[in-house]
Design a protein around this ligand. Structure first.
Ligand code: MN
Length: 267
């Protein structure tokens, strides 16, 4: 587990993303015994996709999921493994003005994950990792199953394809969770809100030159963010009806988590 690839792809003078620190030996060991962080970042770059990240051995194992996670066990979603990311990346939401991954990153879901296997490394190597998620939007039992042998081993630095699959349980559902719950769990904003809230200092110093390739691409991304927001203003009635089950669950989860936080503060 190393962040070498992650760092090679980015210029941290140009990007507000965290550089991260190499996972320490002690941190790797500690990672095995405490509850592990997971997140999904919705990333509007040259293509919209969802970055699914599981904390393991001091880094965030990462998969790019073009269509996002599905709560329907019949809908297996392609998940392309990408380079490990630093743990600090799990809190990142903002604008990457230029370079690798240029676009807008939204923290779409976060929480904890628990492996349903004894040996995560062995499961990754085998290409079949079963786990549970406890996020705001994603919950219950899931699996990541590798589909292509490209790179052979568990894919660190290679880029094998996996499928992200929801197991049938109380949390499986036929609602389109990406469409139903499109906003940030960090700021409650959409892509336009994140653009508007971007740290002005970072934004001004990193703003790509107007008319340049990066500038044009970001302009297209900003247009697309506006179009997506406009499309969400009047949600179809059918979607509202279909989503009620998940709506109650998401609302209940948020209330529970907020209540827990408040309780902690008081005590
Ligand atoms: Mn991405």
């Amino acid at each position: 587990m190393t962040l070498k690839k992650y760092r090679e792809k980015r210029d941290f003078k140009q990007s507000p993303e965290p550089a991260g620190s190499e996972p320490l030996r002690a941190r790797r060991a500690a990672a095995e015994t405490r509850s592990r962080f997971f997140c999904v970042q919705k990333h509007l770059a040259s293509h919209l996709h969802y970055d699914f990240r599981l904390e393991h051995a001091g880094v965030l194992l990462s998969w790019a999921v073009p269509k996002g996670p599905s709560l329907d066990p019949r809908t297996k979603r392609l998940a392309m493994q990408v380079e490990d990311h630093p743990i600090e990346y799990g809190a990142f939401e903002g604008v990457i003005p230029s370079g690798y991954g240029a676009g807008i990153v939204m923290l779409w879901d976060q929480g904890t994950w628990t492996p349903q296997v004894n040996d995560v490394d062995a499961a990754l190597k085998k290409g079949d990792l079963k786990f549970t998620l406890d996020g705001y939007k994603l919950k219950g039992s899931w699996a990541l199953v590798r589909t292509s042998g490209r790179g052979g081993r568990a894919g660190y630095g290679t880029k094998p394809s996996w499928l992200l699959i929801k197991h049938r349980d109380d949390w499986s559902d036929d609602v389109d969770i990406a469409e139903f719950a499109p906003r940030s769990v960090k700021s409650d904003g959409d892509f336009e809100d994140i653009l508007a809230a971007g740290n002005p200092d970072v934004w001004e110093s990193h703003r790509p030159a107007k008319g340049g390739g990066a500038g044009q691409m970001l302009a297209r991304i900003i247009e697309r963010a506006a179009a997506m927001k406009a499309a969400q203003t009047v949600p179809p009635a059918a979607r509202r009806v279909a989503a009620t089950k998940t709506a109650r669950r998401v609302a209940a989860t948020k209330t529970t988590k907020r209540t827990k936080k408040n309780t902690k503060k008081k005590s």
